[in-house]
Design a binder for this molecule. Sequence first.
Ligand code: DGT
Ligand code: CA
Ligand code: CA
Ligand code: ZN
Length: 574
Amino acid sequence: MENGLLARMFNEIADILELDGDKRKFEVRAYRKAAVSIESMQEDVSTLYKERGISGLLDIPGVGKGLALKIEEYIKTGKMRKYEELKKQYPIDFENLTRIQGIGAKKAYRLYKELGIRDIESLKKALQEHRIMELVGFGERSEKEIEYGLGLLEASRGRILLGVALPEAEKLRDAILNSGYASEAVIAGSIRRMKETIGDIDILVSGKESERIMDFVSGMDAVESTISRGEAKATFWLKAGVSCDIRFIEARQFGAALLYFTGSKSHNVKMRQIAIKKGMKLNEYGIFDRDGTVKAAETEEKMYRALGMDYIAPELREDRGELEAAAAHALPELITIEEIIGDLHVHSNHSDGMNSVEEMVNAAKARGLKYVGITDHSKSEYVAHGMDDAKFMKHIDYIEALAEKFDGIRVLVGAEVDILKDGGLDLGNKVLDRLDYAIGSVHTSLGMDSGSMTERISKALDSGRIDILGHPTERIINGRRGIEFDLDKIASKAEENGVAMEIDSFPERLDLNDENIIRAHSSGVKFAIDTDSHSTSHFSMMRYGIGMARRGWLQKDDVINTYGLSRLRGFFDS
Ligand code: DGT
Ligand code: CA
Ligand code: CA
Ligand code: ZN
């Protein structure tokens, strides 16, 4: 048994008893005190009980006769009546709710009693619907505080950005492959699925010399320490602030293991159910028929085929209908990075970029792009050295002249124009008329309510002056929740007006994200996958946006920067 579990139960009992006010404060104190000592014990409580019985329990500081009996009951039966009864009366996830700054047990109880909020999920929903500020004694301020606290809690869950984890994982994988000891090394887990944040790195390795490989990895510069080391699996802590599981796999079972350790868990669970229905067994070693004969194990393709399904790309493996589609041979042909031939969101040092226009165009060309749009900021973004109309005119003259010097890549004249608070645009029509296209972005007054924000963006979409809606939600992963608006409405309106929605590839943005892409896509709107590059090195971020787009089930035709120039111009003109 886990001491932590027992301590948590005692704490929860205390939380609930405390709701009665001071009346039961001695009882409350007793539970809390016992929780503290149990939590800090080295020895397992159940071991202590096995060895010395009740008298062992009584030696725990703060544990008297009553609590000792409760612990005994729990060890013997796996249950504690007192706890169960209280939980039935108060089905509230105190443990997590009270972790939020601004919510104590009493507030949690009121939120439950008056709004039916039981856990973080229902709290989120209530926040979205602004039901909390309507409670007596709460108000808008209190709602904002809870929202902020929730943001902090979520940000601190210790997940790191895909843009940090993927390069780190690749470094490790390549080193393992180059060591000469491994015949195969593949990144699995959430990184392979291109999730926006990553809990830990998973690498599968096959090769006869696992000991040497582990020695080799533990000596790498990127590795800070070895957390555990066994025959089949080792875990390392990396200097990058993330851990890495390395598993050793038999080559003949590599596909089965890769499938299993790529996840997601819900994809695996659903797939196992499908196998069972077909009278087969699926696990990390293979697919087996009733008498245990292996049907497939070596490759993922064979595993899916054994169940009558098409191969499912890792980015789709979230149990969002991909298994059903694979069985019906109706999976989308997902967009690939090779199909991207241009980048439409690029900044130069004429606003807040690090490099000159010329350097940015050269970098885009070196990546094989056929066109690049320079989209510097308008004047409201004064922190980003946005340009006013007069400066913008000169900037356009400059780019037009420069564009003629380049062969093999077309330079498009764009702008990232602010969508002002009233829905107006931050550049005059004289400037806008000279552009090949414009990105409209919300950068200020992010706190508007959803209704007003929807109106603000709608007005910009209706202006007929913008072609791409930039980083539509304005969220920053682990940093800022972003703006509130009616995504379905905005996506439909964008579609009607021939405006594409952006998938900003910057690792801390990834905006739109996968879920929003799926939702927006159902309206038929087109997308632009952009890097939002502020330096020549940022063009490499495109793959993260592609990851999001693939997780969002997009195909080549959904994305305007796969279009040739004339089709693209046609889209801008529409
Ligand atoms: P993360 O690390 O939190 O970003 O997410 P994952 O998906 O990389 O999860 P992780 O590292 O815990 O495990 C890697 C994969 O292994 C996961 O995607 C699915 C598989 N897996 C792990 N535990 C279980 C399990 O209990 N059941 C099943 N069916 N699969 C599991
Ligand atoms: Ca993982
Ligand atoms: Ca893992
Ligand atoms: Zn922007």
